[in-house]
Ligand binder design. Structure first.
Ligand SMILES: CC(C)(COP(=O)(O)OP(=O)(O)OC[C@H]1O[C@@H](n2cnc3c(N)ncnc32)[C@H](O)[C@@H]1OP(=O)(O)O)[C@@H](O)C(=O)NCCC(=O)NCCS
Length: 119
């Protein structure tokens, strides 16, 4: 089986959540590595945070095909970038053969698309 997931988000929404809830929001949604990556892009950090939020929503959609979304654990997987900048989803799930993700962001929006190939 193959499943896809997509999500788009307004960057300002994530910026406001971070400004309002600070570390509580960050530590609920993002892994330490994700926070490190976003903070290393100081000038555009909210774009990167928003992109990872969209990425996680997209993963949830691809993971929960044909089911309700249930309880979602934001940190049960993480978005990592390889040396070329390409993002990947680091996830432990024996039912997954392979997973791929693509991310894009501009001034106002971030978008992510995920495809999962199940065994
Ligand atoms: C990589 C590239 C496609 C990104 O496109 P862009 O229009 O600048 O930016 P977008 O907002 O659409 O995409 C940004 C996302 O692309 C993804 N990305 C970066 N490098 C990538 C790559 N090699 N392959 C696939 N995806 C990549 C990342 O997920 C990034 O978001 P993130 O940093 O928050 O994870 C673009 O920079 C490009 O074509 N580069 C050509 C090679 C180059 O010039 N490299 C310079 C590296 S120093």
């Amino acid at each position: 089986m193959i499943a896809c997931g997509t999500d788009i988000i307004e960057i300002d929404r994530i910026k406001k959540s971070i400004e309002k809830s600070g570390n509580k929001f960050l530590n609920t949604i993002y892994t330490d590595n994700e926070i490190k990556y976003c903070e290393s892009h100081e000038a555009n950090k909210y774009q990167h945070y928003a992109a990872r939020f969209a990425a996680k929503e997209a993963v949830f959609k691809a993971l929960n095909k044909n089911t309700n979304m249930g309880t979602l654990d934001w940190k049960s997987f993480e978005i990592v970038n390889n040396v070329y900048g390409k993002p990947d989803v680091k996830i432990e799930d024996d039912s997954i053969e392979s997973i791929d993700i693509s991310i894009s962001h501009c001034k106002e929006y971030a978008v992510a698309n995920v495809v999962i190939l199940y065994k």
